[in-house]
Design a protein around this ligand. Structure first.
Ligand SMILES: *[C@@H]1O[C@H](CO)[C@@H](O)[C@H](O)[C@H]1NC(C)=O
Ligand SMILES: *[C@@H]1O[C@H](CO)[C@@H](O)[C@H](O)[C@H]1NC(C)=O
Ligand SMILES: *[C@@H]1O[C@H](CO)[C@@H](O)[C@H](O)[C@H]1NC(C)=O
Length: 272
């Protein structure tokens, strides 16, 4: 069955994968296991070909959106609640029913292999649109202030690093195991926001506070972006656990260490 496999794609996060199902150039339907997935339109990319990797990322987001292999869509992504507080000012914000859209247009800005500690990294740029309910609690008024809010988070940069290791599966194929990820987020500008409520006083007061202390919006938008990126990596982890790579993992590690030319010259498909 495996002989029928063709190389299907290079995932943008990692290296070349085969899907488990193996539909070859000559499709043999009697061989085709419908419980596994059909072939995926991933391009085969060189490590330095950012445009190609970007197309791979598009495909990956499309697969997440379609719930491929049990992956969870991240566009829209719903979050229950987030809190940001400035205790010294006795001021806090609670955001609820958060609905984040736009993740699927996330752009790949940079892809790094062999970071210190053998980690891999990706840098993403996203534009996100957020809606939700916001409650402001102050020391000055017992009743909280309440409004609906929309936020536009523009060009937020996420820097994701993760460790990875090869693992031989029960099926004797090599899989990439993705370790815990670290997500650092940088916002180049304060998000645009708009608050709306039935109570004009609440609206005005919240607008004033949010304008005077952009750090609240920045914190909220960073937390939202970090949650989003953890979901993306969770999906990728699931994906990697179900799709084996098309080379021996030990060979890859040795090749990366020994060959180790400038990372930008490294061709992933050397190892196929
Ligand atoms: C399809 O695969 C089966 C099982 O390996 C094999 O018996 C059959 O001859 C194949 N058919 C074709 C058309 O290749
Ligand atoms: C989230 O927002 C999108 C776009 O506005 C909308 O289509 C979707 O229904 C919303 N989801 C929920 C659960 O409110
Ligand atoms: C991204 O993470 C890497 C590794 O942790 C670090 O070297 C780099 O400076 C970070 N870049 C930004 C913009 O945070």
């Amino acid at each position: 069955m495996l002989l029928n496999c063709i190389r299907l794609f290079v995932c943008v996060f990692c290296v070349s994968y085969y899907t488990k199902c193996c539909v070859g150039q000559f499709i043999n339907f009697s061989n085709y296991d419908t419980t596994t997935s059909p072939p995926l339109p991933f391009p085969a990319c060189q490590a330095d070909d950012l445009e190609c990797l970007r197309r791979g990322l598009r495909t990956f987001f499309f697969l997440m959106e379609s719930g491929h292999m049990g992956m969870q869509s991240v566009d829209p992504m719903l979050l229950n609640s987030l809190t940001v507080a400035l205790p010294e000012e006795q001021l806090s914000f609670l955001m609820r029913r958060i609905n984040v859209t736009g993740a699927k247009w996330t752009k790949l800005a940079e892809r790094k292999f062999n970071l210190p500690g053998g980690k891999n990294g990706v840098r993403f740029i996203s534009n996100l649109h957020v809606t939700g309910e916001i409650t402001m609690m102050t020391a000055a008024r017992i009743d909280p202030f309440f409004a609906r809010i929309t936020m536009d988070i523009q060009d937020v940069e996420s820097n994701i690093t993760y460790s990875w290791a090869g693992q031989r599966g029960f099926d004797n194929e090599d899989y990439i195991f993705i370790g815990p990820e670290r997500v650092a987020v940088r916002n180049s500008r304060t998000p645009f926001f708009f608050v709306q409520s039935n109570n004009q006083e609440d609206t005005t007061r919240m607008e004033q506070v949010l304008k005077a202390r952009p750090t609240f919006l920045e914190h909220l938008s960073n937390e939202i972006t970090i949650a989003l990126m953890h979901s993306v990596v969770d999906n990728f982890r699931l994906f990697a656990s179900k799709n084996y790579v098309n080379f021996n993992i030990d060979q890859l590690s040795i090749a990366l260490d020994e060959l180790n030319p400038k990372p930008e010259n490294r061709q992933l498909n050397l190892f196929k």
